[in-house]
Write a new protein. Structure first.
Length: 556
C-alpha cells in the first residue's frame, strides 16, 4: 500500500518470504517490489525489507516548474470502451481524465492511486481495498465504494465482446458450467463508502496487480460504453480538447477540477499535452524531432537510437519483458497441424532474429512467453534450432511444398524481425511469402491472419501473460490455442504464492508451450525513448504507460 504506516507484524507473510528469496538470490529486486506491493506493502516498507532505502522522489535534484506544452509523437488509436483497449496508445490519451486504482512504477513497485491502500489475507483469497478519501469526479460526484463495485462488475462481464479484463478476474466470476459469466454476487462486499472487500473463489496473487494494466481505467457509473472522450467524466486532471484519430489528440488541464493527486504526489505541471501521429515510419518521426515539431518520441528502435543520441536528445531505457509474438492461428490450416507449427519453430534461431530484427538490443527468448525477469520463470526450458530436422518434420507432415505467408506491420523493427524469421525458414528449405502492410490495412484484420506478428507489452508476472494470451477462449488469445491441461496448471500457478513452488508449475506450462509449437517468441526487448533536453519525468516506462502528472518541461 502507499502512504500508510504498517508495523512489521502486519506485513503479509508472503512478502517476508519474498524478501528472504531476494537475499538468497532467488528473486530479482524488481519482481520482489511488484509482488510485495501487490500484496499491500508500501514501497518504502518493501525496500526496507531487503535492506535498501526507498529512492528519492525528486527528479534529478530539480524542482519541477508549472506551465508549458509537451508534444509527443504517438500512433493515435480510436477511443473506445476501456475494458476493450488492446493497445497502450488507447490508454495513454485517456489517462488524462481516467485514473486507475493502482499504478505500476518504473522500479517495479505498485503505487496506490484511487486506492490508498489494500491488503490480503494469508492465502490471498480475501482482499480489502481502502479507497483514497476526498476524491471527486470532475462532475462533482464523490468517488465511493459503489464506483469500485461498478467497475469490477464491468471488468468481470465475460459476455462483453473484446473485454480482456474478464479473464484477469476469474476468481470473482461465476464461470462454472452453466454460470452467468458475470461477477458473482458474493464476490464483492461493500464495508463502507471507502472500503470494499473482495472474496476470491481461489487464491490469486495478481488480483490487485491486474488493476494496473492499461484496460483497467476507472469509469463513472454513468458511462455507457461509447467513446469516453465524447463525455469525459473522470477523476483525472485533464480534459480532451482534440481527438482526431491518426492525426492529433490533445489534453488540456481542467481548470474547474481540483485533482486529488496534487496533494499526494504533486503535479500536474504541464498546461497542455499534444500527441501527434506521423505514421509508422521512424524516419518521419526523426525529421519531426530535427525540425522542432515534437519534444519526445513514443519509442526509439534500431539504428535510430544512435541517431537521436547524435542530435543531442536525451535517451531513457526501460528494463522490460516486452516482445514480438510471431504467432500461428491454430484454427487456420495448415497451422492446425502441430507438426507444421513445430517445424517452423525449429527452423528459426532466435539469436539470429534478435541480432537482425532488433539490433541485438535485448535478450534471447525461448518461445514460451515467460521472461527471466518474471519471478516464476523456470530456466533451461528451450529447444535449439535445427533446420534440417525442421525440414524433415515438414516433409513428413505433407507440407514440404506449402507456401507460408508471414504478415507483418510495416513498422521497421517488426518488419525486420519477420524478415529474419522468413529468411531462416527459406534457408531451411521452406517456401515463404512475406507480406508487409501499412497500419491502415494491417489493423483491419490483424486478429485473423493465420501467420503474423503482434507486439506484446510486459506484464509484471508471468502468469498474467499466460492468462491473457494463451488460456482457452479468452479475448486476447490470438493463437486460438486451447489445452485443458495447460488451463488446469495455469489455475494452479495463479494460486501459489511461493515463487519456488510456482516455478515448478511454470516449468510444466513452459514445456507445454514448446511441445505444442504455439509461437515463435524470439526476444525480450529493451525499450528506449528520446526527449529533447529540458523535458523531465517522461522517461520510457516498461509497460509503455504515460504518467502525465510527472511530466514537466523547463521554461525558457
Amino acid at each position: 500500500m502507499t502512504g500508510v504506516k504498517r508495523s512489521a507484524e502486519t506485513i503479509h507473510p508472503a512478502a517476508l518470504m519474498y524478501a528472504r528469496e531476494v537475499q538468497a538470490g532467488l528473486l530479482s529486486r524488481r519482481e520482489f517490489l511488484t509482488r510485495a506491493t501487490g500484496l499491500g506493502v508500501s514501497a518504502a516498507a518493501a525496500y526496507a525489507l531487503i535492506g535498501l532505502p526507498a529512492p528519492a522522489q525528486a527528479q534529478e535534484g530539480m524542482t519541477p516548474v508549472h506551465g508549458g506544452t509537451l508534444r509527443m509523437q504517438m500512433e493515435l488509436r480510436p477511443t473506445k470502451d476501456p475494458r476493450t483497449w488492446d493497445w497502450s496508445e488507447h490508454a495513454n490519451f485517456c489517462r488524462g481524465w481516467l485514473d486507475y486504482m493502482v499504478e505500476y512504477q518504473r522500479d517495479g513497485s505498485l503505487r496506490g492511486m484511487l486506492l490508498e491502500s489494500w491488503e490480503a489475507n494469508e492465502d490471498a483469497t480475501v482482499w480489502t481495498l481502502h479507497l483514497r478519501p476526498g476524491v471527486k469526479w470532475n462532475n462533482g460526484d464523490d468517488f465511493t465504494a459503489e464506483d469500485v463495485v461498478h467497475n469490477l462488475r464491468r471488468w468481470c462481464d465475460g459476455t462483453a465482446e473484446g473485454n480482456s479484463m474478464a479473464s484477469r478476474f476469474d476468481v470473482l466470476r461465476d464461470i462454472a458450467e452453466g454460470g452467468t459469466n458475470q461477477m458473482r454476487e458474493d464476490a464483492v462486499t461493500v464495508i463502507d463508502d471507502l472500503t470494499v472487500q473482495l472474496n476470491a473463489s481461489a487464491p490469486d496473487i495478481a488480483l490487485v496487480v491486474n488493476m494496473a494494466d492499461y484496460p483497467a481505467a476507472v469509469v463513472h457509473r454513468s458511462y455507457n460504453g461509447e467513446d469516453p472522450a465524447a463525455n469525459p467524466i473522470g477523476t483525472g486532471a485533464w480534459l480532451p480538447e482534440v481527438n482526431e484519430v491518426g492525426v492529433r489528440q490533445v489534453l488540456v488541464r481542467n481548470p474547474n477540477h481540483t485533482w486529488w493527486g496534487t496533494a499526494v504526489y504533486g503535479g500536474p505541471y504541464l498546461d497542455r499535452i499534444e500527441y501527434i501521429d506521423y505514421g509508422t515510419d521512424p524516419a518521419a518521426v526523426l525529421a519531426a524531432a530535427e525540425s522542432g515539431e515534437i519534444d519526445a518520441n513514443y519509442q526509439t528502435t534500431g539504428d535510430f537510437i544512435d541517431i537521436y543520441d547524435s542530435i543531442g536528445w536525451v535517451k531513457s531505457e526501460a528494463l522490460t519483458a516486452a516482445t514480438l509474438a510471431v504467432r500461428f492461428h491454430q484454427a487456420a490450416p495448415p497451422y492446425d497441424n502441430r507438426a507444421v507449427r513445430k517445424a517452423i519453430q525449429r527452423a528459426v534461431d532466435n539469436n539470429v532474429v534478435l541480432e537482425l530484427g532488433y539490433n541485438g538490443l535485448g535478450q534471447v527468448a525461448e518461445n514460451h512467453h515467460v521472461c527471466p525477469i518474471h519471478p516464476e520463470y523456470a530456466p533451461g526450458i528451450n529447444e535449439p534450432a535445427d533446420p534440417a530436422a525442421a525440414k524433415a518434420m515438414l516433409d513428413e507432415a505433407g507440407h514440404g511444398d506449402t507456401e507460408f505467408e508471414l504478415i507483418s506491420l510495416d513498422d521497421s523493427w517488426q518488419a525486420a524481425t519477420c524478415d529474419a524469421v522468413a529468411a531462416q525458414m527459406r534457408d531451411a528449405g521452406f517456401k515463404v511469402k512475406r507480406t508487409v502492410l501499412p497500419g491502415s490495412t494491417f489493423w483491419n484484420d490483424w486478429t485473423k491472419y493465420p501467420f503474423s506478428a503482434t507486439e506484446w507489452n510486459m506484464r509484471p508476472l508471468g502468469v498474467q501473460v499466460l492468462n491473457l494470451a494463451y488460456k482457452s477462449g479468452v479475448a486476447w488469445n490470438e493463437t486460438a490455442f486451447s489445452n485443458a491441461e495447460f488451463d488446469r496448471l495455469l489455475a494452479e500457478a495463479n494460486s501459489i504464492a511461493d515463487a519456488d513452488a510456482r516455478r515448478e508449475v511454470m516449468a510444466k506450462l513452459q514445456q507445454i508451450m514448446l511441445d505444442e509449437g504455439v509461437l515463435i517468441q524470439p526476444y525480450w526487448r529493451s525499450l528506449f525513448r528520446h526527449t529533447r533536453p529540458g523535458v523531465h519525468g517522461a522517461e520510457k516506462h516498461p509497460t509503455f504507460e504515460h504518467h502525465h502528472y510527472k511530466w514537466w518541461i523547463e521554461q525558457a
